[in-house]
Ligand binder design. Structure first.
Ligand code: SF4
Length: 375
């Protein structure tokens, strides 16, 4: 089993909080898609014949792709990998791109899951963040996707935004619950250096929410969504029963994936690779048939640390048998010894051979994880 990630680094405009790798140079799109398809073809052996079960088009803004771009990408995927076993094919979309025509066009491709960057339903905050949609547009786009037959929809929310209050966050959550998406991802705002929002922070034009408020928002998030029937299956992710994001879950479970496109990462179980984070250098390289990238071979300690760190973010936790089998008895003994005090304090729990964080443990997860790292 394996996944494929395709990075689409184009945005119509830049949101002021975002430090993801993307450009507003729309004129490069066709050339980039040709380079991406070339990479997909050249690297067809990377997954060593593993069955591709998930595909994820992320960005940037994949909903900036036109029909001919998607046609090229899906033709190449089909020819090089086969999509017969791909049960989850996700496209990230911005609400303002999801017009009736665009949504109908998407239905002509094997995309069966849309992940919508809504972020908040508060109009003033959407404007402050320079999102391109209004709350009304986001709700209409969501309903349009439903009517078009998409039965697996995810929405992204951000909390701890400038000026956030308990009432405003609650209103966002209630609106999200009313839409009833299959999946909700909710992240606390990070002030990333090099972003306009970070500059606003330094200039005191906005201020960070305090730590007590952050904790209250997180509790409100988990309480509201669990009361509405959502399963809290990863620190920032919630789903209706059985509708977790299979592609993302495979990252957390150490399943190999191929990542294509500028700045995309790949993992084959032993090493990690990442493509150059420059669209121009990426396209020029792929046009010569040479992929500009770097490789890091992961030793057993690093792989153990990554498995523990990512696995413990999920409600499934980590398999003690798998730790012994993949990383050795010595590391298992270390894990059990270091986890013991956290188990005694109720921050961790063991069941059915798996070790996981409890809800209380999630709040101190950084400390717990640093104890469990093998150094
Ligand atoms: S948040 Fe999304 S749409 Fe906005 S700049 Fe970042 S990648 Fe582009």
């Amino acid at each position: 089993m394996a996944g494929i990630y395709l990075h689409i680094p184009f945005c119509k405009t830049r949101c002021i909080y975002c430090d993801f790798y993307s450009t507003t140079r729309d004129d490069l799109k066709r050339r980039y898609v040709r380079a991406l398809c070339r990479e997909l073809t050249l690297r067809r052996d990377y997954l060593q014949g593993a069955v591709v079960e998930t595909v994820y088009l992320g960005g940037g803004t994949p909903s900036q792709l036109a029909e001919e771009d998607l046609a090229d990408i899906f033709r190449t995927l089909q020819e090089a990998y086969g999509l017969d076993n791909a049960t989850e094919i996700t496209l990230e979309a911005n609400p303002d791109d999801l017009t009736g025509d665009y949504v109908r066009m998407l239905r002509r491709f094997p995309i069966n899951r849309l992940s919508m960057g809504i972020q908040t339903f508060d109009e003033d905050t959407l404007k402050l963040l320079r999102r391109r949609h209004t709350a009304r547009q986001a709700m209409d786009a969501f309903l349009r996707c439903r009517e078009a037959g998409f039965d697996n929809l995810s929405i992204d929310l951000i909390y701890g935004l400038p000026g956030e209050t308990d009432a405003r966050w609650q209103a966002d959550l209630q609106q999200a619950v009313r839409l009833r998406p299959e999946h909700v991802s909710a992240y606390h705002l990070m002030y990333e250096e090099e972003t306009t929002l970070y500059r606003y922070l330094l200039e005191h034009r906005v201020c960070e929410v305090d730590e007590d408020a952050s904790v209250r928002f997180y509790h409100r998030l988990t309480d509201t969504l669990s009361e509405a029937g959502y399963v809290h299956y990863e620190i920032s992710n919630f789903c209706l029963p059985g509708r977790h994001a299979r592609h993302n879950a495979s990252y957390w479970q150490g399943i190999p994936y191929l990542g294509c496109g500028a700045s995309a990462h790949s993992y084959d179980g032993r090493s990690r690779e990442w493509n150059v984070a420059s669209i121009e250098a990426y396209m020029q390289g792929m046009e010569r048939g040479e992929r500009p990238h770097e490789v890091e071979c992961l030793d057993a300690d690093t792989r153990y640390n990554e498995y523990v760190m990512t696995g413990l973010r999920t409600r499934w936790g980590i398999s003690l048998d798998q730790v012994a089998a993949d990383y050795g008895k010595e590391r298992l003994a270390y894990l059990e010894r270091m986890a013991r005090p956290h188990l005694q304090r109720g921050m961790m729990a063991v069941g059915e051979g798996r070790l996981r964080l409890t809800e209380a443990g999630v709040f101190v997860s950084d400390d717990i994880l640093s104890d469990l790292m093998y150094v």
